[in-house]
Design a protein around this ligand. Structure first.
Ligand SMILES: [Zn+2]
Ligand SMILES: [Zn+2]
Length: 251
């Protein structure tokens, strides 16, 4: 770093210190302007056993012998999505890191976020995927943001796992941001929003997205992939929102 830049950074640190949004301490080295490195390091991954559909941690020993346990939210409903693995609960530092990555234009966080996910993938994580498929954004949204966080995570996973990224899903209908909708409206909001543009069917696919809320987006993606002959569709996500409880509404 040039001397001039060093001097500038020194004065910026002194007069405009960054304050960690989680611990409240000022910091110099962090992954973003809102989260210090120490809080990022303390992001807690979910422990096993976890829900086979959304990835949330389940109480230990409560599901002994159950092959694919489900949490209260996911219940025994049939799903197109076969399995999801989530790093952890979408709150605290995990949520702050995601906000910086997705909403504050900090695309350089892709590597730290993906590496953390990769480090905590369970030992029994599925293998044999033909493709990593990022959940697409609408072209207008992607132009506006300049990047698709799911695609960036997908490329990092691809390098680490040696599985090609195949962006075979297109968002063909604009949807309202899921976070702005009531839970029972979210599944409806995603219907018909995606299309598969692959020439050959992808039999075993791994979707990648940033957050699992109701799972409506991933479910719709899995549905169109299965209609295009996929046999098994799983997903990995950075975070899973805390459980809503068992108020699921059938759509
Ligand atoms: Zn902190
Ligand atoms: Zn679940």
């Amino acid at each position: 770093m040039k001397l001039q830049a060093k001097v500038r950074d020194f004065f910026l640190d002194v007069f405009f210190p960054k304050i960690c949004g989680h611990c409240g301490n000022s910091f110099r080295d962090g992954l973003s302007n809102v989260l210090c490195q120490s809080c990022f390091n303390q992001i807690e991954p979910y422990q096993s056993p976890s829900c086979g559909h959304c990835g949330v941690s389940l109480p230990p020993r409560a599901f002994e012998g159950v092959v694919q346990p489900r949490c209260e939210d996911c219940g025994d409903w049939p799903y197109y999505l076969d399995q999801t693995w989530s790093l952890g609960s979408y709150e605290g530092p995990l949520r702050l890191a995601h906000h910086a990555f997705k909403f504050d234009g900090m695309e350089h966080l892709k590597s730290a976020v993906a590496q953390k996910m990769l480090r905590h993938l369970p030992e029994n994580f599925e293998s044999g995927f033909e493709a990593i498929i990022p959940v697409p954004m609408s072209p207008e949204k992607e132009r506006e943001r300049g990047y698709n966080p799911a695609f960036l995570l997908g490329t990092e996973f691809s390098t680490a796992l040696g599985i090609p990224v195949k962006p075979v899903l297109r968002k063909v209908r604009s949807t309202v941001a899921q976070r702005l909708l009531a839970r029972d409206k979210r599944l409806q909001n995603q219907k018909g929003a995606f299309q598969v543009v692959a020439k050959e069917p992808i039999l075993k696919a791994l979707l990648i997205d940033d957050v699992f809320t109701t799972g409506a987006t991933l479910e719709e993606c899995a549905k169109v992939l299965k209609k295009a002959e996929a046999q098994w569709v799983g997903a990995v996500v950075w975070g899973r929102t805390p459980l809503y409880g068992s108020d699921r509404t059938e759509v």
